[in-house]
Write a protein that binds this ligand. Structure first.
Ligand SMILES: Nc1ncnc2c1ncn2[C@@H]1O[C@H](COP(=O)(O)OP(=O)(O)OP(=O)(O)O)[C@@H](O)[C@H]1O
Ligand SMILES: [Mg+2]
Length: 228
């Protein structure tokens, strides 16, 4: 499983004109590797993840996931692909207010048609891995920002995604907890052969990733597939 973006250009409406968020970006993320994406605020990092997650169709270019060109897929097929193959952790953890931590994870397995019994034990395992065993039965408003972020990460891992897209996973965590979460992500990536993209501001993370891509003004300036 790998993720391949080729010559991706994405624009947003901006008054009468268009704002170019991604400008001919090519990036290959091989299986079993963590590729970090770094760059200033507003440079296009989250846009890159949204395109890779097939949530936004680019104006131009290709997004190929495990050999499948996603341009050829309809809405329903994309939804299925996202559920079964892509794990996403966005900057804002969009947890469901009425569900406890362990239920947030279980619902993912349910959506993917997996058995409820194995789902619960897997959910508990993942919460333990992010240090939230004690908080399994709390709802989002009973959790700290960093704990919510960790539920978000555990949830993304629930369906054993082949492609994992993570946006600033440690911004609300202290250094020690942030390092632990990063360790979890890199270990899982290497063990399971996941193609992982990690957007981060924290330069200390770069030592433990496999490749670094730098984005500036929507362009890839160095790293995997930059062609420089
Ligand atoms: N929905 C949108 N409509 C219009 N412009 C947008 C939209 N989303 C993002 N942008 C613009 O696109 C550019 C890239 O935004 P993006 O969110 O990808 O940046 P980022 O690198 O993730 O920044 P940050 O580090 O602050 O999260 C910015 O100039 C932003 O203002
Ligand atoms: Mg962003």
């Amino acid at each position: 499983m790998s993720l391949e973006l080729t010559d991706v250009t994405l624009t947003y409406p901006d008054g009468d004109a268009r704002l170019t968020a991604l400008d001919a970006v090519s990036l290959t993320v091989p299986a079993g590797r963590v590729t970090a994406v770094v760059g200033p605020s507003g440079s296009g990092k989250s846009s890159l993840l949204a395109v890779a997650a097939t949530l936004i169709r680019p104006d131009r270019g290709r997004v190929v996931i495990d050999g499948t060109d996603t341009a050829g897929l309809g809405r329903g097929e994309l939804t299925t692909l996202r559920r079964s193959t892509i794990g996403t952790v966005f900057q804002q953890p969009n947890l469901l207010p009425s569900l406890t931590a362990v239920e947030q994870l279980q619902v993912m397995a349910h959506l993917d048609g997996r058995s409820p019994r194995t789902a619960r034990s897997r959910a508990q395992e993942l919460l333990a891995a992010v240090g939230l065993t004690e908080q399994a039965d709390r709802r989002p408003h009973q959790l700290s920002g960093g704990q919510r972020q960790r539920v978000n990460i555990a949830r993304a891992l629930m369906n054993e995604p082949a492609v994992l897209l993570v946006d600033e996973p440690t911004s609300a965590l202290d250094h020690e907890r942030g390092a632990a979460v990063l360790g979890l992500l890199t270990d899982l990536t290497h063990q399971r052969g996941t193609a992982t993209v990690l957007v981060t501001h924290d330069r200390s993370h770069l030592a433990s990733v496999d490749a670094v891509a730098e984005v500036q003004d929507g362009r890839l300036t160095s790293g995997a597939g930059a062609g420089v």
